[in-house]
Design a binder for this molecule. Sequence first.
Ligand SMILES: Cc1ncc(COP(=O)(O)O)c(C=O)c1O
Length: 430
Amino acid sequence: MKHNGSREWFDRAQTVIAGGVNSPARSFAAVGGNPPVVVQKGEGAYLVDVDGNRYIDYLAAFGPLVLGHSHPHVVEAGVRALAEGSLTGTPHPTEILLAEELCRSIAGLQEVRLTTTGTEAVMSLIRLARAYTGRNRVIKFDGSYHGHSDAVLVRAGSGASTAGAGDSLGIPPGVMHDVISLPFNDLEALRNTLTQIGHEVALVLTEPIVGNMGIVHPEPGYLQAMAAMTHEAGALLGFDEVITAYRFHYGSAGALLGVIPDLYALGKIIGGGLPAGAYGGRAEIMALVSPLGGMFQAGTLAGNPLSSATGLATLEVLRTTNPYPRMDELARVLETEILLSADRHGIDVSINRAGSGFTLFFGVDEVKDYRAAQKADSTQFAAFHRLMLEQGVYLAPSRFEAWFVSAAHQATEIERTISAVDYAFSRLRG
Ligand SMILES: Cc1ncc(COP(=O)(O)O)c(C=O)c1O
């Protein structure tokens, strides 16, 4: 497989874009440091690079592309919206339709405010929780990634941990003081912290199923107990469902697990591949958001007609075609076959799967928190990543990310992937 075009484009990128990438998670620094593949276009379940190489895509652009690339219904909605004016700076029917659909399908979401990114959604959710409770401190969990606003970069996961920047430079000590990061799935740690400083805590923020230290499930009862303790302390519970909403079923992961938070952050899938985020929750809390209340938050591009149209079209396809059982089944087949192949070749791996998303960890038996995820073998992952790429399978370039099966994947792609994995494992062994 030739990568000359990628190399040339990336050389150019490095002279004008910091590190050659507009988001660190796209770099190949954690998988051997080769230039990343420069992608020309996406087609269904495939990425096509500037050299014409085709890859089965398990990145899904880090989550949004649940329908794969360029689904006809989404393209049609986007083209129509663009032709009718992509930005009006006024209220617009499409953003209202999207907000209605979100409130209809996300349990406990009575009112919403659309933003442009997931980062803004979480940042605003935190401000709102502080405004509502009159308290400053936030509890989050090690290895979770909630975007790149100051507060949530304290011991963050995903691209931040891949880049070795769990605590970023440039964050004022006061911000660090107000954020407490605890191990996920550790009720004792949460209980102790809330006992000591619960009266100062505005918000307990978590992904209900973690996507950013690899996929990590909450232990049975963990989220229920978290909700009870949080409320007992007079704090709000916030679910960051930027990855999880509409990934596992048509709604929130919280609803699947039987826990409804006070506030949600949404993103990724709700923009259908264009920039979009949202935060919201109980109407009584949302009443604090300007212009109704004194918590200020705004956005020139927020709820823009173009992102709203592609987001709405994506949700329509998900709601009317229900691709979830098929996606989950394909991911289950992948999981089973990867584990069998690993066993055959004597490669030590474990898999955490939630529906159509899963993470393959090398050299660890069980991952329930960030500490265990960090023990996953990065050298072996890097070699595996390279071997898969050379066989036309694109995986996220980090051992902390997920493989996402989309509605565009068919049995053929799954079979080809299983063969590629088997070959990669045989080479790792040799
Ligand atoms: C759980 C979660 N929250 C928030 C964000 C930030 O979203 P965005 O990249 O759209 O700012 C991400 C991005 O990966 C995420 O995974």
